[in-house]
Design a protein around this ligand. Sequence first.
Ligand code: IMP
Length: 406
Amino acid sequence: MWVVLGLQWGDEAKGKFVDYLAGGFDAVVRYQGGANAGHTVIYKGKKVPLHLIPSGIFHPGCTCVIGNGVVLDPEAFVKEIKMLEELGIETKGRVWISDRAHLTLPYHKRKDEEREERRKRKIGTTRRGIGPTYMDKYGRTGIRAGDLFYPEYVKERLSFNVENPDEVFEFILSYRDFLLPYITDAVELLHRFLEEGKRILFEGAQGTMLDVDFGTYPFVTSSNPTAGGVCTGTGIPPTAIEKVIGVAKAYTTRIGEGPLPTEFPPEFEERIREKGDEFGATTGRPRRCGWFDAFQVRYAVKINGVREMVLTKLDVLDGIEIIKIATGYRLDGVELSSFPSSPGTLERVEVIYEEIPGWEGSVKGIKRYEDLPHGAKRYIKRIEELVGARVKWISTGPEREEIIHV
Ligand code: IMP
């Protein structure tokens, strides 16, 4: 059992890495988040954005499971299944939804919009209804995928929970027949795989800094993308997890509002955004960009128990003369010993940078560590020292093959 998760604010290019690994796994499982995620995978030369279905779908032998920790938007699910079938990918019997996963319904999306409009300081949510669905889950008023087997029960619950129960019931009924063949007891399924010695890969969405507990609250998502989320989001015990691989971009990006201490000045940010194609896969919004923050990634490495990591999009830093790495934060002249929890502190910190020379030429498409320019190797080594984890994979381009396994 391996876990692949994000060490920054999401968009670390996890989808590509999961797709790269998935060939060696029998199942890929999503454990949190919903259709707010955007994992882009290149399939037969085409960019395919996935929002709900695990990135293992492009490997025929791979079962894809949407765990109980995920919130499932029926409209987004049906759209994605249809898109995959148009690409010639069979999904029946390969894609499973946990009967314990909560449904994101139109009123959740409306509520997300309304709350976001009313907020004085916006979170910049994806407006996919994520927060309100989790609010209903924890408020014990949610509707779960497995409830679709009992329409009368759904009707009864809706009559208490929403203002327009008939309308919502009609909506749910209109998706029921499509969804039912995909719904299963995923705890049972995953434990059977476990007993049969099958290999399972857990795919995190978003990233550690968007975690509702450990991220830059309240500018976070409403789930736990961190390693603990795997257990609560699937029913797999912590003792079954062998390895947690953290994915970090060679620089930092963040979409939406909230602190980003190493953010670039506007002109340079524009240059990196264009070069790295840093626009949201779900909403198309421009991503904010900044230097690699080793102080922040070290915190994420600790929380997730990461020993091995993937460094992605290294090629975007080609040709930068002097590269900066954040090594710590200072508050009122005093260096902080741990990553602060308060956005108030994060907005006031002074970032401590180390400067290292970049490299000449391009790392684009390089597949062997030996072929990397000296400057790129020096950058990677320094990151390893500062964050306390080994860089085992380096991604040098968007294609599945553009990767170095050190
Ligand atoms: P929500 O998850 O839609 O509620 O949005 C909460 C915050 O998480 C916002 O800042 C979003 O931009 C951010 N976010 C949600 N999903 C992703 C993702 O997949 N990648 C990057 N940021 C995300």
